[in-house]
Write a protein that binds this ligand. Structure first.
Ligand code: NDP
Length: 449
């Protein structure tokens, strides 16, 4: 970073940290964008004079509410629900709900901030938001999850709507939770509209939505490789996580002839040097979404290694697809990947790489796709679900997949356009500036609000 850029960023971050104390994930997400956007604003006075980036770091509003419910043993339980409506300059708020014990205001603000840029990149009219609760569905009965979701929606319904704010799933919020949430919304509002996405196919869901984030991430990786005259076939790939994003990243990689050798969950990772195939993946999907078991069971079933409490980044690979959670690749992990010859990193999870890790990737010359570009396929197909709901019709798998492919290619093109740096593409800069410009132009047009 040049001294000049540093001079711009330091005072900005000092102010941000003062206004948002203790919110380390939010500081990190803003810092990653500020490194590109503040120098860009300095060169474009219309944005700079209107304080656009400063305004973009302040959410439009945050709603925090109590979620009281009863567990199967008759105990009263209390959680905290939150919805961060970050920015609706280019469309109704849109972003997932996360149910996980690590959910804090800082985590939801980082996710809502990132979502604003990501949604802008999709080229669809969607603003940025995120929400959730500090609750863990794991280990709870279906009835407990249902009562929790109903209690959560009994407050959230006041703040959302098809033209206002359209939530979706995220960590801990899959098909089951979305169905309970939407059922309660529909009951309270007495309307059947596309106010939540990721719905079941029987009640307004879109084909390919389940697969979209993982498939989209692999399409983006394919486009990055194609840009340098290569392909995914025969590449050894390390994937983390074993939830929605990891499952469909693995599926598409296998379909395109790559070899997936790892998956993980919060208790460790499996290493299968023979690679996953369709049957093994079917086992994983059943294990994680139906039986809700642990990834270690895969190692027992297929006789491969399980590394407890470890992450998979030490396994030699050509490409890495972090698909579990934030900050799962630190500086040491990034150095290990570079040293082992990894050529490409495409982020399925949101902000899985620390700032120090990103610098290692950039200095190492890897093809590195940040999450706001690489995992935008999920929200893009959510946007297509909204369109289908509004039109009251359903598109075929092929149609949705074609749209997804086109959208991921358009995101790639925008990254190339804004991130070209000599004979290389800086995908971080490309995604940050392309995502920023569209939102910034809308905010400028509205005047000072
Ligand atoms: P899931 O809940 O389906 O799966 C999450 C996976 O990550 C599980 O394997 C889980 O392990 C693991 N995990 C979660 N938290 C941690 C942690 N603190 N440490 C280690 N492992 C952890 O979520 P998704 O697959 O939907 O989401 C994964 C990532 O992708 C998130 O960052 C999410 O924000 C992002 N994303 C998701 C989209 C979507 O469409 N679903 C869209 C765009 C981004 P365990 O089972 O042990 O909890």
């Amino acid at each position: 970073m040049s001294a000049n850029a540093d001079d711009l960023i330091k005072p900005f971050l000092t102010g941000l940290i003062r206004r948002n104390p203790g919110e380390s994930e939010f500081h990190q997400a803003v810092q990653e964008v500020a490194r590109d956007v503040l120098p860009f604003e300095a060169e474009h006075s219309r944005y700079h004079d209107a304080h656009i980036f400063e305004r973009m770091t302040e959410p439009d509003r945050v709603v925090i509410f109590r979620v009281s419910w009863e567990d199967d043993a008759g105990n009263v339980r209390v959680n905290r629900g939150t919805r961060v409506q970050f920015n609706n300059a280019i469309g109704p708020y849109k972003g997932g709900l996360r149910f996980h014990p690590t959910v804090t205001l800082s985590v939801l603000k980082f996710l809502g901030f990132e979502q604003t840029f990501k949604n802008s990149l999709t080229t669809l009219p969607m603003g940025g938001a995120k929400g959730g609760a500090n609750c863990n569905p794991r280990g709870k009965s279906d009835r407990e999850v249902m009562r929790f979701c109903q209690a959560f929606m009994s407050e959230l319904f006041r703040h959302i709507g098809k033209d206002v704010d359209v939530p979706a799933g995220d960590i801990g919020v899959g098909a089951r939770e979305v169905a309970y949430l939407y059922g309660q919304y529909k009951r309270l509002r007495n309307e059947f509209t596309g106010t939540i996405t990721g719905k079941g196919l029987a009640f307004g869901g879109s084909l390919i939505r389940t697969e979209a984030t993982g498939y989209g991430c692999v399409y983006f990786a394919r486009d990055m490789l194609a840009h340098v005259g290569e392909g995914l076939e025969g590449k050894t790939c390390v994937v983390s996580g074993s939830g929605n994003v990891a499952q469909y990243t693995a599926e598409k990689l296998i379909q395109l002839g790559a070899k997936v050798v790892t998956l993980s969950d919060s208790s460790g990772f499996i290493y299968d040097p023979d690679g996953l195939d369709e049957d093994k993946l079917e086992y994983v999907i059943d294990l994680k979404t139906v039986r809700r078991g642990r990834i270690s069971e895969y190692a027992e079933k297929f006789g491969c290694e399980f590394h407890a409490d470890k992450r998979p980044w030490g396994v030699p690979c050509d490409a890495a697809f972090p698909s579990a959670t934030q900050n799962e690749i630190d500086k040491d992990d990034a150095e290990g990947l570079v040293k082992n010859g990894c050529q490409l990193v495409a982020e399925g999870a949101n902000m899985p790489t620390t700032l120090a890790g990103i610098e290692i990737f950039q200095r190492g010359g890897l093809l590195y796709a940040p999450s706001k570009a690489a995992n935008a396929g999920g929200v893009a197909v959510s946007g297509l679900e909204q369109t289908q709901n509004a039109l009251r019709l359903s598109w075929t798998r092929e149609e949705v997949d074609r749209h997804l492919n086109e959208i991921m290619s358009k995101i790639h093109q925008q990254c190339v356009e804004w991130g070209q740096n000599g004979d290389r593409v800086d995908y971080v800069k490309g995604a940050n500036i392309a995502g920023y410009v569209k939102v910034a132009d809308a905010m400028l047009a509205y005047g000072i609000i």
